[in-house]
Design a protein around this ligand. Sequence first.
Ligand SMILES: *Cc1c(COP(=O)(O)O)cnc(C)c1O
Length: 378
Amino acid sequence: MIMKTYNRFEIEFVKGKGCYLYDNEGEKYLDFVAGIAVNSLGHCHPELVKTLKTQGESLWHISNLYYNKSQKELSEKLIKLSDHQSVFFCNSGTEAVEGALKVARKYGKKTNSSKILYFNNSFHGRSLGALSVTGREKYQKDFKPLIQGTQSIPFNDKEKFAESIGDDVCAVILEPIQGEGGINPIDSDFLSYIKEKCDAHNALLIFDEVQCGIGRTGAFYAYQIYDVVPDVICLAKGLGGGLPIGAFIVNKKADVLVPGDHGSTYGGNPLVTSVSNVLIDIVSKQSFLNQITEKSKYLKKQLEKLKAKKDSIVKIKGIGLMIGIEVTTDVKAIVKDALDNKLLIVNAGKNTIRLVPPLTVTKEEIDHFVNIFETLIE
Ligand SMILES: *Cc1c(COP(=O)(O)O)cnc(C)c1O
């Protein structure tokens, strides 16, 4: 028996291609969940499949006691696209956050600080460390005591932030666009203010781009949408296109880990990094990123038209292909109705429908989505 930690739908998928999934009865579904922003090139992208097959016949896994070519290549690509210095590979978003928290605490040893600030409504993962900076009481309450020295503060609230930041803070962690919490982009002047205060108090700024990174916003890294460069970036989800990979990237200031400080058996193994390399080559092309921005504009325009017609739609939120539709009605019921109409969508928070389709979604697929969604919202 599988442990009952999820409320699953009574459906079983057996195949995926592009933006579509097929269940065990051969029914076809339009997938605007994409494994929750994971299948960034859709299902079974031919170039990823080709790489997986070729790599599968040459080398899967070796210990991180040795170098492997694709891990090296991937680190070079990720660094070249960033303003940063080095990368650590792990296997998930939670692990990327855990690593970033360790960087923060080690950095704090030099500055005699240890407090980590995080935001209400944030989501950073389920392990005890990541959960300690996840601003959802619902997720934290049954697992206390969590790690010490963390403090939650309101999102997009300068005054509250000013009251909390001080020389005792070693890091601030945030999602540039809160995903799980309801698709809430951070205000850019709030973000600039945080950056200024972090620098003044010698605290690291950590961006959790696990959901919003790797092209999702129309920029390769989400921070590139804003004018603020973080010290640490956490990545996962879209980085592997479906293979389990995570990473955290640091600048010179945050490059504090030395041999023995951190490790991962599987992290960055040849199989996952070979696929990620090909994915990065595709997603980082400026023409590909520009298409994301164009598709986002098109989708938002259609949604704004719907909003003008339907009172139940309150707000269209988000950046790039990470879009939230805030509604007055029960989101769970809409998600269930959508499934019955062969459309996969997922909620984010209580009243927001989250759209995180494959970045390869076409205009026709967007139209198909809008047609189904319009009937659901009736
Ligand atoms: C999904 C998510 C995580 C956790 O990632 P896992 O791969 O599930 O461990 C962390 N942060 C953000 C912003 C996420 O969306």
